[in-house]
Design a binder for this molecule. Structure first.
Ligand code: NAD
Ligand code: IPM
Ligand code: MN
Length: 360
């Protein structure tokens, strides 16, 4: 089999800690399952600003374009958060998403029983939750024209029909493969972009996915429904900023922000895989971050970019086994029982044995 090239962008804060964990699991999986990976590391975010002055050096973007897939940790932190700074780490991540044309951000939420104790939500509401948020990633207010004077600021939110069509198509196709139920989230009672979003979603789904049930929700109500009845949802499609906010909220269904992975996909060849969490400056450098979101992102990389479905499922099963066995970092564990990032990573690697059972 050929060697798969993975560009790893550790970034800032806990980024390097959790990407190291994910790479260790990928290597261990490769040894057991006979796939071959080659990893190269590149600068992004604050680390790239410190070294080159730019949050996304041309070398990094070129390496990502040439790779089979990209694994990213996180960017940002107080060191680079001065409001007057010329370059911000977050710009690097946005430029990377845009540069690779990654308009579809898949954020699956499937709480694991062993982590439910860490959730602030009552356990009976969480059993059986299995949802997928499809977040539009290269449009909306994140990428509109912006202005700033001493006394005024503006961020423009824009969407084109084409941008809405392609993300709704992605979500429709995913819903068809799952439970055939799609909820589109907007703020159509107030925003013009949301009215275009709703019209377009309705048309695309009627014309192309008549077998998928479509429902619309306003984002404020959805924030409530997500917590009150999470089990009822299957695929949720929404615009860039709503998806950002709703998925940090949804992480509480799983018990920790440190558990949620993501896959960013476009129509091109290269996908980007990263935890939904940030650089966690409050715990960075202490080796205590939860590596599961990064490891689960690596599993999504195997599945979506390398076509290694069974190998991805085996890593997911190993994570489940490790959690079952009590491999809980501080964000999940009771007082005095937490293990560190390295120990949690070793537990996942150990749980790759005995060989996993995958359906199909
Ligand atoms: P954050 O996600 O970094 O942290 C929020 C809280 O969750 C913190 O208390 C943190 O300790 C905890 N947490 C996050 N990941 C964890 C993990 N793996 N294990 C244990 N605990 C974890 O959000 P923030 O503090 O608002 O942002 C910090 C920086 O990260 C900012 O500069 C922000 O822009 C950036 N950020 C980057 C990304 C990204 O690179 N994709 C995502 C979100 C935020
Ligand atoms: C995320 C982050 C990013 C976003 C920031 C760091 C630009 O919060 O990946 O969820 O808002 O998309
Ligand atoms: Mn976010």
């Amino acid at each position: 089999s050929r060697t798969h090239h993975i560009a790893v962008l550790p970034g800032d804060g806990i980024g390097p800690e959790v990407t190291a964990a994910a790479v260790a699991v990928l290597r261990a999986g490769a040894e057991r399952h006979g796939y071959r990976i080659e990893v190269s590391e590149h600068l992004v975010g604050g680390a790239a600003i410190d070294a080159t002055g730019e949050p996304l050096p041309a070398e990094t973007l070129a390496a990502c374009r040439a790779a089979d897939a990209v694994l990213l940790g996180a960017v940002g932190g107080p060191k680079w958060s001065d409001p007057g700074a010329r370059a911000r780490p977050e710009q690097g991540l946005l430029a990377l998403r845009q540069g690779l044309g990654l308009y579809a951000n898949l954020r699956p939420v499937r709480p694991h029983p062993a982590a439910l104790g860490a959730s602030p939500i009552k356990p009976h509401l969480l059993a059986g939750v299995d949802l997928l948020v499809v977040r539009e990633l290269t449009g909306g207010i994140y990428f509109g024209a912006r202005e700033r004077s001493a006394t005024h600021a503006s961020d423009l939110c824009t969407y084109s029909v084409e941008e809405i069509e392609r993300i709704v198509r992605r979500a429709g196709a995913l819903a068809r493969e799952r439970r055939g139920y799609l909820v589109s989230v907007d703020k159509a009672n107030v925003l013009e972009t949301s009215r275009l979003w709703r019209e377009t979603a309705t048309r695309v789904m009627r014309e192309e996915f008549p077998d998928v049930r479509l429902e619309h929700q306003l984002v404020d109500a959805m924030a409530m429904h997500l917590i009150a009845r999470p089990r009822e949802y299957d695929v949720i499609v929404t615009e860039n900023m709503f998806g950002d906010i709703l998925t940090d909220e949804a992480s509480m269904l799983a018990g920790s922000l440190g558990l949620l992975p993501s896959a960013s996909l476009g129509d091109g060849r290269v996908g980007l895989y990263e935890p939904i969490h940030g650089s966690a400056p409050d715990i960075a450098g202490r080796g205590v971050a939860n590596p599961f979101a990064a490891i689960a992102s690596a599993a999504l990389l195997l599945r979506h970019s390398l076509g290694l479905e069974d190998e991805a499922a085996c890593i997911e099963q190993a994570m489940a086994r490790a959690l079952d066995a009590g491999a809980l970092t501080a964000d999940l564990a009771g007082p005095g029982t937490a293990i560190d990032t390295a120990a949690a990573t070793r537990a996942v690697i150990a749980a790759l044995d005995p060989p996993c059972q995958v359906a199909g």
